[in-house]
Design a protein around this ligand. Structure first.
Ligand code: 5GP
Length: 219
């Protein structure tokens, strides 16, 4: 039930001029523009949290955060779910677990290095629970499909996916999350915990990396 075109930042969206924003001096020259400002991200998260509460607010919610890029989105989403749930008669219990996946070196997809460890089985002490996977960005969807295959084996009651960003590919992503923040063109974006070789996680806004930035932090 996703109207993905409603949150599309199309190919023509140039991003905001950097001069309008405050960002760390050590990244001057390394980013092209501010693509999605921090305040806009936070507003969108509030609205995703409301949708999640409406759909899943009846039972304990098991949140599975995909590291490292998903840590800020997950923290802000869980905070917003908790804050909104407090104002209902039946506040929701939320449990959070983490899984680390890695698929990019420089800005190239290198396959999925999964860390499907014991933690994930500790996270599912009983089957038949509502699971929400929280991922910062879905590109081709390969990473998410591989994780979903694994989570399904624990037979949760429902599995939903929240993706802050979804990339619009030539054939579309292989999977669309149930909750989508923004649909973006195929730029390599950084900030708000999204990295380029571990840099830029300390940038609050989501930005497009510049060619100079790619060269500077290339490994
Ligand atoms: P997919 O398997 O969907 O193609 O890729 C998903 C993973 O690739 C994400 O978990 C993220 O780690 C990484 N990724 C894809 N696009 C970008 C991007 O534009 N910026 C960053 N920092 N990571 C990306």
């Amino acid at each position: 039930n996703i109207c993905w075109w409603q949150n599309l930042l199309g190919e023509g969206w140039p991003g905001y001029n950097l001069e309008l924003f405050n960002y760390p001096e050590h990244y001057h020259g390394d980013i092209e523009n501010v693509y999605i400002p921090h305040g806009v991200i936070m507003d969108r998260i509030e609205s995703i949290a409301r949708d999640i509460l409406e759909d899943l607010g009846q039972h304990t919610l098991m949140v599975l955060c995909v590291l490292k890029g998903g840590y800020k989105f997950c923290a802000d989403l869980v905070d917003s779910i908790k804050a909104q749930s407090r104002s209902t008669n039946c506040p929701l219990t939320v449990r959070v677990e983490f899984i680390r996946l890695k698929s990019y070196l420089n800005s190239c997809f290198k396959g999925i290095y999964g860390f499907y460890n014991k933690l994930i089985s500790l996270f599912f002490p009983h089957a038949k629970q509502n699971v929400l996977i929280v991922e910062a960005i879905v590109g081709t969807g390969k990473t998410m499909m591989s994780l979903l295959k694994h989570v399904v084996t624990f037979q949760p009651k429902t599995i939903k996916v929240a993706g802050l960003l979804v990339k619009q590919g030539p054939n579309g992503a292989a999977m669309l999350p149930d909750y989508v923040g923004f649909v973006i063109p195929n730029h390599f974006v950084v900030g708000y915990a999204l990295d380029y070789n571990e840099y830029f996680r300390d940038l609050d806004h989501i930005c497009v990396i510049s060619e100079k930035g790619k060269l500077k932090y290339k490994v």
